[in-house]
Design a protein around this ligand. Structure first.
Ligand SMILES: Cc1cc2nc3c(=O)[nH]c(=O)nc-3n(C[C@H](O)[C@H](O)[C@H](O)COP(=O)(O)OP(=O)(O)OC[C@H]3O[C@@H](n4cnc5c(N)ncnc54)[C@H](O)[C@@H]3O)c2cc1C
Length: 341
């Protein structure tokens, strides 16, 4: 379907000799070291795809003339206005921008934790970084790759019919983004790993450690009125994730299908908690620059703040329906006998 620059084939090693690599019975551990690095790599692959799709669709939206702005012509000298004047085209562009920049920030920060886990002189810091990596690697893999498929799909939509045909090259990004949700462990398997092993498996200890970082940030910024639009929804979601984790944990203890039924919604909710934290941090930096530099502020910071506001207004509210769905349990999923599907 995609990644045609990559030679993909099935290999059957019939009658071949194998040599043991490493210690006997430690193969699965070795495989997971490789897999965890690969999962961060797949997240990064999706960051790249989001960005290239966004840059192309943005250039197209500035260039393509179609209809007039609802509030009156914006390019009266031309036959029509560029489509970037239309609210819904802006929604598609801002959605791409918010996912791409939020993902880049999160993925770079997580990659930094790899360095800390490997090289920090303090053992406690190395362990803390390792725990964050264990908790958030399934999120970097699944949340970023799911959002990259949405993002590349929106980029295609911005092109209209031109997106669907090969000539413009945008359909390639949709096809290429699709595999990232499947290989290196499907995104469903990532969600089971997050909820089952990383959260419930250690009674929420790793999640609490991440929650402490959020709490410290919320306390630091709690009295800063300019940050209220970012800090309040972050703190609110943090509390909801804590309650939801306990609720699912209790139900899964009685019936393991409850974890399987909630896992995909749960990963997306945790993904939003992570992005809320990073978008709030980016907003803080942007606000400080705008306050310091006034009219002379670099447009980069103005755009960053506007994108943070968009994220909290238009994307983060998805968590309300996700929480409702996660709490609805396994009943409706498991009631129907397989032969009645
Ligand atoms: C282009 C491409 C390149 C690849 N490259 C490599 C490679 O280099 N090396 C390599 O080893 N592999 C490679 N793969 C294989 C890839 O990693 C697997 O396809 C992937 O992990 C999914 O496994 P599967 O295909 O067996 O799906 P299955 O495990 O059969 O899953 C099918 C569906 O069932 C769901 N499912 C399965 N089990 C559960 C469960 N317990 N709970 C809930 N849902 C479940 C899955 O999420 C999925 O939706 C590649 C695949 C492709 C398409």
């Amino acid at each position: 379907m995609g990644i045609h620059g990559n030679a993909t084939c099935e290999m059957n090693l019939v009658g071949a000799s194998g040599w043991m690599v490493g210690e006997p019975n430690k193969g699965l551990n070795a495989m997971f070291i490789m897999m965890n690095a690969a999962r961060i790599g797949v997240g990064m692959q999706s960051v790249g795809l989001m960005d290239v799709a966004y840059q192309n669709s943005l250039a197209y939206a500035r260039d393509r003339l179609q209809s007039r702005a609802l509030t009156g012509a914006k390019a009266p000298d031309k036959a029509a206005d560029p489509i970037i004047v239309h609210p819904d085209v802006r929604r598609m562009l801002l959605t791409q921008k918010a996912w791409a920049e939020g993902s880049r920030c999160f993925a770079y920060w997580l990659a930094l934790q790899v360095d800390v886990a490997h090289s920090h002189p303090d053992e406690a810091q190395r362990k803390a970084a390792n725990d964050l990596l264990a908790l958030l690697t399934p999120v970097v893999k699944a949340f970023i790759t799911d959002n990259a498929f949405t993002t590349t799909n929106m980029a295609l939509q911005v092109y209209g019919g031109h997106g669907y045909i090969r000539e413009w090259g945008i359909e390639q990004h949709v096809r290429d983004a699709r595999i990232n949700m499947i290989y290196e462990g499907t995104n469903t398997i990532q969600s089971l790993d997050l909820l089952g092993r990383k959260v419930l498996g250690d009674s929420g200890a790793k999640l609490r450690a991440f929650g402490e970082m959020i709490k410290a940030f919320v306390e630091e910024e709690g009295t800063n009125d300019a940050m209220a639009d970012f800090v309040n929804p972050l703190a609110d979601l943090g509390e909801k994730v804590t309650k939801l984790s306990m609720e699912i944990g209790m139900k899964a203890f009685q019936n393991p299908d409850e974890a399987g039924a909630a896992a995909v919604d749960y990963l997306r909710i945790v993904g939003h908690l992570v992005y809320s934290y990073f978008w709030a941090r980016m907003a803080r930096v942007a606000l400080a620059r705008i306050e310091a530099d006034g009219d002379k502020v670099e447009p980069f910071y103005t755009a960053k703040l506007a994108t943070a506001r968009f994220y909290f207004a238009k994307l983060q509210p998805e968590t309300a329906s996700l929480i409702q769905s996660a709490r609805s349990g396994s009943g409706t999923l498991m009631a129907l006998p397989a032969e009645l599907f």
